[in-house]
Design a binder for this molecule. Structure first.
Ligand code: RP5
Length: 162
């Protein structure tokens, strides 16, 4: 049995995706979830992608969050190479506003699932929260932090608009 470290691995296809994925990192930091961040591209660094995915289990990664834009093959390819759950974050592309990224990530054929979140910042935040939610099943500290975060979100919603 591998050691359960509850480590989340955040990968992105390009440096240009960081301005979106930084929101995932912020969520994981708030919830005190250990994580690593890397650039791995399905198209530009295919060997790096293969090596990363092949070693993910050995590196005690519990969940992979993969952000990519355009012809966004990264999350699906990673999911094909490892049994570790993959959450895909569609990056908002310039020409098609991320619809290309969303459809590339969400329309996986049966057999290899990718949990897909919304395009851009909202999706990046939700990817972190979804990872926390999954890890909270087994980890009491993460569960407590997530419950606290949800409760403060609820409290922050005003009863009337101003
Ligand atoms: C994808 O191509 C990346 O995920 C990025 O969203 C998109 C554009 O990359 P750059 O040209 O900005 O490096 O692989």
């Amino acid at each position: 049995m591998k050691k359960n470290t509850n480590k989340v691995s955040i990968i992105m296809g390009s440096q240009s995706d960081f301005s979106t994925l930084k929101h995932t990192i912020k969520v994981l930091k708030i919830l005190s979830i250990s994580h690593e961040v890397k650039i791995v591209s399905a198209h530009r660094t295919p060997k790096r992608m293969f090596q990363y995915a092949s070693n993910a289990e050995k590196n005690n990664i519990s969940i992979i969050i993969a952000g990519a834009g355009g012809s966004a093959h990264l999350p699906g390819m990673i999911a094909a190479l490892t049994r570790i759950p993959v959450i895909g974050v569609p990056i908002e592309s310039k020409k098609l506003k991320g619809l290309d990224s969303l459809l590339s990530i969400v329309q996986m054929p049966k057999g290899i699932p990718v949990a897909t979140v919304a395009i851009g910042k909202d999706g990046a935040i939700n990817a972190g929260l979804l990872a926390a939610s999954i890890l909270s099943i087994f980890n009491t500290k993460i569960r407590k932090n997530l419950i606290k975060w949800r409760s403060s979100q609820t409290k922050s919603v005003k009863k009337k608009p101003s």
